[in-house]
Design a protein around this ligand. Sequence first.
Ligand code: NAD
Ligand code: ZN
Length: 682
Amino acid sequence: MTTAAPAARLTSRTAYNTAVDQALTASAAYYKDGDTTLDDASYDALARGIAAYEREHPDHKRADSPTGKVGGGTAPVGDVAHTVPMLSLDNVFDVTGLEKWGASLTRRIGGPVTGGYAVEPKLDGAAIAARYRDGKLVQLVGRGDGAHGEDLSHAIGTIVGLPMHLPDGVTVEIRGEVLLSQAQFEKANEIRLAHKAKMFSNPRNGTAGTLRAKDRPYVIETTFFAYGAVGLDGVDVLSGDTHEAVMAQVAALGVQTTSSTEVGLRVCTTLAEVQARVEEIQKLRPELPFGIDGVVIKANDFAEQKAAGFATRHPHWAIAYKLAAVEAQTRLVAVEWNVGRTGIIAPRAVLEPVVVDGSVVTYATLHNPAFIRDSGLKIGDTVKVWKAGDIIPRIESPVIALRTGTETDIALPEACPKCSGDIDKSGERWECAGGVNGSCGLLPSLKYAVGRDQLDIDGLGVTYLEALVEAGFVNDTGDLFFLTRDQLVQATGSEKRADSLLAQFDKAKEQPLNRVFCSLGIVRTGRTLSREIARHFGTMDKIRAATPEALAEVNKLPGANAPKIAAHIAAMGPVIDKLVKAGVNMVEPSADSGDTTGSKLLTGEVVVVTGTMHGPLAGRNRNQMNELIENAGGQASSSVSKKTTILVAGEGAGSKLAKAKELGTKVLSEQEFADLLADHFS
Ligand SMILES: NC(=O)c1ccc[n+]([C@@H]2O[C@H](COP(=O)([O-])OP(=O)(O)OC[C@H]3O[C@@H](n4cnc5c(N)ncnc54)[C@H](O)[C@@H]3O)[C@@H](O)[C@H]2O)c1
Ligand SMILES: [Zn+2]
């Protein structure tokens, strides 16, 4: 199945002492926040070397040696006493190890195992004890040193699978693993990215940090699976003579167990069956929505468990059958920068090939420039790589201790690697800012341009756009208006569709300036700001002539963004020229310019629209309604406040209508509003 890395060979007392120091440092970091310098295989090899040395030289054994201790004696220990010790598990790595364990078990219980072996996944997270008193979840306790653990009760309410209440007011302690599922891990990193917090390098590390964190400004959800239960306060509600029976009761109480998954508890009669089940679980592993690092095998019968007994660090009646590590160490050879379809410029690590989780890994994601900066990664570094299932391989952290001094800094790109245009570096993810050639992210920009709130070209979906781009017919939005019928037939495969699109393009030429401008996808502008800009300047010529200072005067436009916007408008010159040549409208009908009489119907009104539009306004989405309001001189807003002067209530109006009534705001039905604005739409 997997082979254990050979034990580190320690040939002197000095080597032994160094090894113990290394193991203690790594282990302390591992349990604190997962940020250790060793991968698990290296740690285990070191630990085995230490144990071997101590067997040969018992008198050299240090009191702080990690051998024989839960969590190597380094896990954070709190002051909550465990009712029954929470122990580690001894490991085997192959069928030979399994059989050896089976033989020792038989010896200890004085005969063959008759109650069978319970086989469960070894969940890769952190162990906790969840205490329920009178049916209420009152305390969470970490494993600690096995005898005492940290109080982790602050995490109550953030763990899926661990209900706040149990039926019938039972008092019981449920034990199990807290972990981040693959989806929770991705979500957690999105949240961390948004909060400028360091990304978790893998789900297990994320779990340790998350459980212990107390005052984060955000909540990260985790998952719990129970794998045991014990009595509490002298009460023992669990009846049954086997692990299987108790787990069935735990599940019946509403606590999540692995029985809800494909790899849930299975009782096997023979070790051969156990081995077959281990292989089955190994096969299922890549598709599981959470990480496992092995399979746990337990004597199912409690009487047999009792007869087998405990060592200081682990029970004799259970064993962890380790699966191949999903983490490995290798070297960072180079960093490539790729421009994705959406214009995002993402760094990718080129690695010395290494086998992780059964496949060769040569590339890993480096997420974004901030990750590179925060991790302090250099070319030539030894790095830990993590991969599980279908997840893109990730670089965890550089192993600083293995630096030789020849490592070099990673150069960040100055210009877009694809079009040499500017890079928008304002976000965590860098983006191609378009540049004069603007070919990066062409498809998404076309898709945006033809969207309902921009040029509104119905029926021109991504598939056809892709075909048009692929055929070389379209290189920017302007080209759309010069497409011939033949080209459209070729790209869409239908004469009817081609004709309908030609009609759509003609219609789009009549769109007001605000939509035409919006279709350019200028950085830092969206629908609302496009309307403001169009209204402020009135014509495309005036927009193009506007200095950053002039742009900064536009309502709602943050002054700091003005230079970027001006630069991007200038860069889009060739596209705008094409649109002009095609006869696309470049004037805003409702522009402010020159019109200072303020004679428009909604001048001075702050209007909120809620519910769905029917009657004459049917089918208009919120953006289109806002457009209408602004064209009539009003100000569109999304929430009802004291400033609101009119609420337009469509079908299904709810809380906003209630609030408006409460504030005494004027409420108009859709029909009334339509009548009022009769001149403003056709
Ligand atoms: N990389 C490092 O620096 C470093 C340092 C220390 C330890 N480690 C790793 O940690 C491991 C040993 O640590 P450990 O004692 O925390 O864990 P362990 O491997 O001894 O396993 C015991 C734990 O397994 C968990 N578990 C998951 N599923 C279970 C199930 N179905 N039934 C019972 N228990 C289940 C429980 O949390 C339990 O506490 C080693 O594999 C080692 O590689 C790594
Ligand atoms: Zn580019």
